[in-house]
Design a protein around this ligand. Structure first.
Ligand code: Y12
Ligand code: CO
Length: 174
């Protein structure tokens, strides 16, 4: 399965994703193909809706202290639910579906998340730092929310202007 990333302003990114019910070969194929496209694109997190699959599936591969992203650090979350959240933090976020734009977003600092793995086993994870931020960013995708939807009116206007410019430059470079 070869996947391509859906980019803003594609309306599919506004869709709410649905729970996964079957933990079968089809799900495993999707997860493996998501990993390939995320790594090819230099990403650290990806939700299934970003590759046009409206399912409650996300993957994360946070760089280690040397900046590497070994496959054994990959986290696959199916049907994630946040059960506790605490504190506040701000981070300059980017998204593979909004290429070329980065902006500060406020998030919870600490999280506890319940989810299922690719075989349907229930897991609990306590997250802080970049992992916590990335989980919140990816879980927003499952609800059809992009990080740019969290910007103030003025910053959103700035984004729309800059993004149009980025897209125009991309077209002329082709
Ligand atoms: C903190 C903030 C956001 C997240 C969500 C996951 N975001 C990404 O993985 C974003 C990746 C990304 C990669 C890009 O490509 C390169 O840097 C080569 C990129 O740049 C362009 O598209 C031009 C933008 C975003 C997790 C944690
Ligand atoms: Co994103």
């Amino acid at each position: 399965m070869k996947l391509t990333i859906v980019e803003y302003p594609d309306k599919r990114l506004k869709q709410k994703s649905l729970p996964v019910e079957k933990f079968d070969g089809g799900l495993h194929e999707l997860l493996d193909a998501m990993y390939d496209v995320m790594m090819e694109s230099n990403g650290i997190g990806l939700a299934a809706i970003q590759v046009a699959h409206p399912l409650n599936v996300l993957i994360l591969n946070i760089p280690d202290e040397t900046g590497e992203q070994p496959r054994e650090n990959l986290i696959e979350m199916i049907n994630p639910v946040i059960t506790a959240k605490e504190g506040e933090t701000t981070y300059q976020e980017g998204c593979l579906s909004v290429p070329g734009f980065y902006e500060d977003v406020n998030r919870f600092e600490l999280l506890v998340v319940n989810y299922q793995d690719r075989d349907g086993n229930t897991k609990t994870l306590e997250a802080d730092g970049l992992l916590s931020i990335a989980i919140q960013h990816e879980m927003d995708h499952l609800n059809g929310i992009l990080f740019i939807d969290k910007l103030s009116y003025i910053r959103r206007k700035k984004f729309e202007k800059e993004y149009k410019k980025i897209q125009k430059e991309k077209k002329t470079a082709k």
